[in-house]
Design a protein around this ligand. Sequence first.
Ligand SMILES: *Cc1c(COP(=O)(O)O)cnc(C)c1O
Length: 365
Amino acid sequence: MKVPFVSLERQYLELRSELIAEFDRVGRSGIYIMGEALERFEREAADFCGTRFALGLANGSDALFLALKALEIGCGDEVITCPNSFIATAWTIVAAGATPIFVDAKDDYNIDPDKISNLITSKTRAIIPVHLTGRVVDMDAINAVAKKYGLLVIEDAAQALGAEYKNKRAGSLGMVGCFSLHPLKNLGVYGDGGLLTTDNEEIYRKILKLRNHGLINRDECELWGYNSRLDSLQAAFASIKLKRLDQWNSRNRAIASFYRNALKSYVWVPYDKSYEKPIYHNFVIRTPKRDALRKFLDHHGVETRIHYPIPIHLQRSAQKMKHKRGDFPVVESLAETMLSLPIYPELRDDEMHHVVETIKNFNFN
Ligand SMILES: *Cc1c(COP(=O)(O)O)cnc(C)c1O
């Protein structure tokens, strides 16, 4: 039996007739950039996240970058984040002209809020907590530090659309929420896509201009901008998927719960706090025998991944920051022991049983 790590084809086939109908509708409208399909998706996304505003952008990295630009964070500024993330969390800070300041993680893979205060300087402007694996960071703790030192909070919620923390959704817990609609995220479009949420009207209005060349109408440009819009077709496809997202996220939680119960005496498994509802973008187990287990699973048809094998502070691109192994011991030890199992709403019951049975047959001694 083969269990693929992802299978985008299954979801495509399930939605195919609806997608084709939308393609035809947008095609006949002749409006491929902005317009009704994008505005509709933005209204739905704002409702879904519980924010006043949402904006469709070209990708998730642009959401982070434009959030920093709109908040005028750049040259000479420091932004605190976690080195256990996808590389875009850090490069967007650098692209904005600011300096990323890294903080170690906790064993739930997310930034450790207790380690932030020590790193705050007169240059610190913002914190970017990353809701890694679809689990929302302890935002009460983040917002308390931010308030104390007058910092802005930008959520990197790329992996957490629909995830909840104390009955609020990712994207509604800071000043700005940034999401990716990359095909491998829990709401993936058919190409690149991004989404930004906020309750702040001024930020919303500014990014509305920034993403469209700085234009305020067809001919007048108010500020130097960028070209970063979610295509109308992708917005239309995203609307189809958003209707199903709560159901898909629940299915992911059910798979996570099955994995947790079946595997907890064999490997480290993630647990949920009573006040949180992660969406399990990834289900990440840990074992000191990670590499051998991975090989064993592969041999038995189970595809796995590692998110992420090289912490950002140890990437070649980060060399100038002069970090070394040992600077962030939790993140570094996670990188050596963690393993992501297949998890997606279309994963079949026989497949998840096969994953579990294979792990149980592995020799952990
Ligand atoms: C995917 C991802 C991004 C970047 O999103 P893109 O749409 O690929 O630009 C940023 N941060 C995290 C944590 C991600 O997982």
